[in-house]
Design a protein around this ligand. Structure first.
Ligand SMILES: Cc1ncc(COP(=O)(O)O)c(C=O)c1O
Length: 407
């Protein structure tokens, strides 16, 4: 509807922050847009109508297309319907939830599990239920945005420790313990870091959390399905207070879970508002998760092959003088630093049929722009060789001309 006169002026004023926000992002060349994607098969996709090899998805085990997930999703729709009709605390707690949670708990070696609607929703509601203004959260400097938002929402005191620096974490624990025993301390970190592809030191984190009576919260988003006993993450069968794992990445479906003891589960059912005040996941998603949990423990061969391919790619990148940060997993960043150069390389790869997305501020700190390569069990050695050949060629091409003006 077109507004006129005074209404149009008020409308312009009311919306000025939106316009300014978009204009600022545009001026800084940070405006984001979504691409139209069509999955074809395995790691092949169509992007805005163009066929490409995907090196940016989190479908690490290739399960998103696995027939068993689709079949079980359909079966659960037949049994329970398309929607769960309400929050789990009202009448949405269909029997399939507790069935899947029991499976996750058993595989993870924990007393219990609790399904959440997504990793973002879990992190932004779990942390406020565990921390308040009398709590200190000690958070790894490279933690994901969902963890940062969760910390902010809890209105706690936040201190960041240097990435994966256990000495620095201990210094902060000592300092905070001196403030009094009654102060609650929460250590919050990731198991495999989403942007750098390195791993945290879970055993030291467990020791520190015991020594300083701190709660330990580990986000396994990029480790679930790939690491630890039964593939249930680096904290699988370990004594961590709260593990948060996601089901939309290696598990090929959607949602998230918490693995913990029964007392913490009971507490969350009563105090975690992101669980209480939301409609439960649809049964189809529970079906797909159920099937993924049947497949993941037996996928050692796929995991082994995936890590071999990742090692091969990392070595080749080092040979080409690319900086892969501290990566030692299936997530391999090519850290370039300069945003324009990073985007130019990403665009060049796209023209050559490879989707390898740029991550830049605010997803990473300014000047740390990177292409984040993620490998999947569905990548063949030929796919990886093709990527390496293109990256080699890009070095040659980009050394001949100013990439700022390439496209
Ligand atoms: C470390 C980490 N935690 C949580 C999330 C959010 O999970 P979800 O995609 O299930 O919302 C992500 C998503 O990329 C992540 O990287």
């Amino acid at each position: 509807m077109r507004l006129s006169g005074k209404d149009a002026v008020f409308d312009r004023i009311k919306r000025s922050f939106i316009r300014k926000g978009l204009e600022d992002r545009h001026a800084q060349r940070l405006l984001r847009r979504m691409k139209g994607i069509k999955p074809l098969s395995g790691v092949e996709i169509e992007v805005d109508g163009k066929r490409m090899l995907n090196f940016s998805s989190n479908d690490y085990l290739g399960l998103s297309n696995h027939p068993l997930l689709g079949e079980r999703a359909t079966e659960f729709i037949r049994r329970y319907g398309s929607g769960s009709t309400a929050s789990r605390l009202v009448c949405g707690n269909y029997e399939c939830f507790e069935h899947v949670e029991k499976k996750i708990a058993e595989l993870s070696g924990r007393q219990s599990a609790l399904i959440f609607n997504s990793g973002f929703q879990a992190n932004t509601s779990l942390l406020p239920s565990l921390a308040d203004h009398e709590t200190t959260i000690l958070s790894d400097r490279l933690n994901h945005n969902s963890l940062i938002q969760g910390c902010l929402l809890s209105r706690c005191h936040i201190e960041r420790f240097r990435h994966n620096d256990m000495g620095h974490l201990e210094e902060l624990l000592i300092k905070n313990r001196e403030r009094g025993k009654e102060r609650r301390i929460l250590i919050v970190t990731e198991a495999v870091f989403s942007m750098d592809g390195d791993q945290s030191d879970i055993d030291t984190l467990i020791r520190l959390s015991r020594d300083y009576e701190a709660f330990l919260f580990v986000d396994e988003a990029h480790a679930t399905g790939l690491f630890g006993r039964n593939g249930m993450g680096l904290t699988s069968w370990k004594d961590v207070d709260i593990t948060m794992g996601t089901l939309g990445k290696a598990a090929g479906s959607f949602g998230a879970y918490v693995a913990c003891d029964t007392e913490i589960r009971d507490y969350l059912i009563n105090f975690c508002y992101g669980l209480i005040y939301t409609t439960a996941l649809p049964p189809s998603v529970l079906g797909a998760i159920d099937a993924a949990m049947d497949l993941i423990p037996s996928m050692d061969k796929e995991r082994e092959e995936l890590f071999k391919k990742a090692d091969h790619l990392r070595k080749a990148l080092h040979g080409l003088d690319f900086n892969t940060s501290t990566s030692n997993t299936h997530i391999i960043p090519i850290v370039i630093g300069d945003e324009e150069k990073t985007m130019a390389l990403s665009r060049w790869l796209e023209i050559n049929g490879i989707l390898a997305v740029t991550f830049r501020y605010p997803s990473v700190t300014r000047g740390d722009s990177r292409i984040r390569l993620t490998l999947s069990a569905a990548h063949t050695l030929e796919h990886i060789e093709l990527l390496i050949d293109l990256l080699r060629k890009s070095k040659y091409d980009f050394s001949k001309q100013d990439i700022h003006h390439r496209h």
